[in-house]
Write a protein that binds this ligand. Structure first.
Ligand SMILES: [Mn+2]
Length: 417
């Protein structure tokens, strides 16, 4: 039984004003080719199919078009579970129609529902059941009944580890009893292993105080736990669990190669799966560029790329003085490329040189600064140097007595005070 494991498609995602729809179309076309070429029996999508709870019609069309075409690749079944970005009920709504296409959807976890919902027998090309998938979607902490407010973090982590472990163990028990002698594979949308801040596209991904779950969550009977949630590919729990990572980068920080995983199960249920990564061709470069405006415009004019789609740009313009038709100059530079093959500015930030230097300097404590220093720093931040007369006028105002103030105001207002 050969499985292709992917996750975190985030269909419907935009980078700033740039829709990643064309990127997702290229990925899904490539995926159909890979499923056919690699003679895959089952496709597993481990959550975050969509980027939002209410995906656009465009994102839905892309999803259904793919599912309608996937049978042509020879894949015998598709298993899709919901992630924290997906609406469980919306994902489940077409489940019965999709079941007719051998697409098994599990949108969300109900603690009082029947176990059958989370068990998908996987058939090989001969039509025989050759493996069973324990298809668990993202499970919100309150569904597991752990009260995070009453326990310290270590106790919460231990309690969640025990609950998740017991959930997988119970479903493995049922699967092993109903389909004895077959290898088991699982899904999950949760955090395990050495996730870093960059692995979470949004703070919401660090759900409650669960943090990273212990290896003991992965039931030893699961040959492969297909994980989603973290956007980088890495193994956990003695390589029995794997994150596939996002196939299409969802942010400018996801610069490493994007992957899907090919998983060959051992027909012996006590055996081990073999996992190999397939690199997904990058549909477009995500470039972060920072420079002064003339150099940046020259760089934009000279951009060349090998990817199918023009680059998405995160620009940081370092301004020496007051901005001079910034947008116009950037647009002129971009028009060096033909329409339809023009790089797209997804993010634009304007900073003063002082701000660039200040990135490396320690942040000064406000109370340790003299007011004149604050004035000079403000001027530098705005890309100006504070002229001496301004600084001395400021110092004079600061030193002025109440009487001086009245005199100055009177002078300024023509003696009407
Ligand atoms: Mn995700």
């Amino acid at each position: 039984m050969r499985i292709l494991h992917t996750s975190d498609w985030h269909l419907g995602l935009s980078l700033g004003a740039l829709s990643l729809g064309p990127d997702h179309d290229l990925f899904l076309a490539w995926l159909r080719g890979a499923l056919r070429a690699q003679v895959v029996d089952a496709l597993i999508v481990a959550g975050d199919v969509f980027d939002t709870m209410q995906p656009s019609a465009d994102a839905l069309a892309r999803y259904y078009r793919f599912l309608a075409q996937v049978a042509e690749t020879g894949v015998q079944q598709v298993v899709i579970v919901g992630g924290n970005h997906d609406s469980p009920s919306r994902l489940d709504a077409p489940a019965e129609v999709l079941a007719a296409l051998q697409v098994h959807v599990v949108g969300g976890y109900e603690s009082d529902g029947p176990d059958d919902r989370y068990l998908v027998p996987l058939r090989g090309r001969g039509g025989q059941v050759e493996a069973v998938c324990v298809a668990l979607p993202y499970v919100h902490e309150f569904r597991l009944g752990v009260r995070t407010t009453e326990l310290d973090p270590a106790a919460v982590r231990a309690a969640f580890g025990a609950r998740f472990g017991a959930l997988y163990a119970r479903l493995c028990d049922v699967a092993a009893a109903r389909w004895p002698g077959l290898p088991l594979v699982g899904t999950g949308h949760l955090t395990m292993g050495p996730a870093t801040a960059d692995d979470y596209p949004q703070a919401i991904h660090q759900v409650g105080s669960i943090d990273s779950l212990p290896d003991s969550v992965v039931d030893p009977r699961l040959q492969h736990l297909a994980l989603g949630h973290i956007h980088r590919s890495y193994p956990v729990a003695d390589r029995r669990g794997w994150y596939s990572g996002t196939p299409v980068a969802t942010s400018f920080t996801e610069t490493s190669a994007r992957k899907v995983l090919l998983v060959d199960l051992d027909p012996d249920p006590a055996g081990r799966a073999t996992v190999q990564a397939l690199e997904v061709p990058r549909p477009r470069a995500l470039l972060s560029l920072s420079d002064r405006l003339p150099a940046l415009c020259a760089a934009l004019r000279g951009l060349r790329w090998a990817e199918a789609l023009p680059p998405a740009l995160a620009l940081r313009v370092v301004l020496d003085g007051p901005p001079v038709d910034l947008q116009g100059q950037l647009n002129d530079a971009l028009r060096a490329h033909p329409e339809g093959a023009r790089p797209v500015v997804a993010k634009l930030e304007v900073v003063a040189p002082a701000a660039v230097e200040a990135d490396d300097a320690p942040v000064p404590v406000l109370t340790a600064l003299q007011p004149e220093e604050v004035l000079q720093q403000l001027a530098r931040y705005r890309g100006l140097s504070a002229p001496a007369p301004l600084v001395s006028a400021f110092a004079q105002l600061r030193a002025a007595s109440d009487e001086d103030w009245r005199a100055m105001l009177a002078a300024a207002q023509g003696g009407a005070l």
